[in-house]
Design a protein around this ligand. Structure first.
Ligand SMILES: Nc1ncnc2c1ncn2[C@@H]1O[C@H](COP(=O)(O)OP(=O)(O)O)[C@@H](O)[C@H]1O
Ligand SMILES: [Mg+2]
Length: 341
């Protein structure tokens, strides 16, 4: 079966004072129907740019898609006009962001805001939309939804506001929900409740989800598939089991051993890996990770490794797996193609 979302060689970037930069470079991903793909990586690795590109919202953030394909349910999104995208965003995909407060309008009641977004995309009478808003509030686990619907965002806690944001996103029954660090701004208990809610709603509605997180604990809990990004490129993909059992890329290994800090978006220093994500203006030649890699070889400094199969349904862009995967000369007289898996 064709995946719901297939991204191929997606390249996107920004014009800056110091010249054009590619924030993501030939990113390829896919998400099956009803599946969750977690996109992980340190701050600055290109996760948000990827999600904004998929939504075709990158233009509004000053960026641009330069190359590649984004297919959603058979539709090529890079070919759509913004007018067509409004329809697609209202019907097939929706996005929630990290900061619930900034996503809500402080001067309207939460009920009115949900009803308004329903009426934007569906032909409903006002009273009907209001009732649907209450039902949606109930669906996202807000107690006494009739009363809550009449309240303003500032009367609700951060966790409640994020539930409202989720209700708005789900109003159009999207096939794909993109959630960019949806719980990062919230405390741990509320975070856990919201993740449970997302998982439950996903099952009920049969949605696919692209969940962006820098927290490997969240990824372990939520993901079917994981894609690891580093400095604008995908360095490893695979099932959650494969990645946690046998992380292949040295960067993934480092991520697994790192602990998210309490200060929100930023990962604490990777315990086992020195250094920082490079600036887009000074990307290293070859593998972008080689300056920080404990296994770097001469080849890594000059040749960018392509994605290579390292196990069942697991791929890594790393020369450690090059010889095995491609059966290149240099693999010591091995006729066992499975050696890496
Ligand atoms: N509006 C912008 N103008 C220029 N560069 C940007 C802009 N937004 C993001 N970037 C750059 O793109 C890269 C990826 O950013 P982002 O996708 O936000 O990372 P992540 O979400 O993984 O933390 C970063 O180097 C960031 O500085
Ligand atoms: Mg981000």
């Amino acid at each position: 079966m064709e995946p719901l979302l297939t991204i191929k060689d997606l390249t996107a970037g920004f014009a800056t004072d110091n010249g054009a930069v590619k924030a993501i470079d030939r990113v390829s991903l896919s998400i099956g129907k009803g599946q969750t793909l977690c996109l992980v990586g340190e701050s600055g690795s290109g996760k948000s740019v990827t999600s904004l590109a998929i939504m075709r919202l990158l233009e509004f953030a000053g960026g641009r898609i330069l190359e590649g394909s984004i297919r959603l349910a058979g539709n090529e999104l890079t070919d759509q006009t913004q007018r067509q995208m409004i329809r697609i965003r209202g019907n097939q995909m929706a996005m929630i962001f990290q900061e619930p407060m900034s996503a809500l309008n402080p001067v309207f009641t939460v009920g009115d805001q949900i009803a308004e977004s329903i009426r934007l995309h569906q032909r409903k009478r006002k009273s009907e939309a209001k009732q649907m808003a209450v039902d949606l509030l109930r669906m996202v686990g807000i107690p006494d939804p009739e009363t809550r619907a009449r309240q303003y965002p500032h009367e609700l806690s951060g966790g409640m506001c994020q539930r409202v944001v989720i209700a708005i996103a789900l109003a159009c029954r999207p096939e794909l929900l993109i959630a960019d660090e949806p719980t990062t701004a919230l405390d741990v208990t509320v975070q856990a409740q919201l993740l449970d809610l997302l998982q439950q709603l996903q099952r009920e509605l049969g949605m696919s989800m692209l969940l962006i997180t820098h927290d490997m604990g969240v990824a372990a809990r939520m993901a079917d598939q994981i894609a690891v990004m580093y400095a604008g490129v995908v360095v490893e993909t695979g099932s959650v089991e494969a990645l946690f059992d046998q992380p292949a890329h040295p960067y993934t290994v480092g991520l697994m051993q790192s602990v998210p800090s309490m200060e929100g978006e930023r990962l604490s220093e990777l315990r086992t890996i020195q250094g920082h994500v490079p600036s887009l203006h000074a990307l290293p030649a070859g593998c972008r990770f080689h300056p920080r890699c404990p296994h770097a070889m001469p080849r890594c400094t000059s040749e960018a490794p392509p994605m290579m199969t390292v196990g069942t349904l697991q791929q890594a862009a790393c020369w450690l797996y090059g010889d095995v995967a491609a059966g290149f000369a240099g693999a010591p007289d091995s006729d066992n193609g499975e050696a890496g898996g």
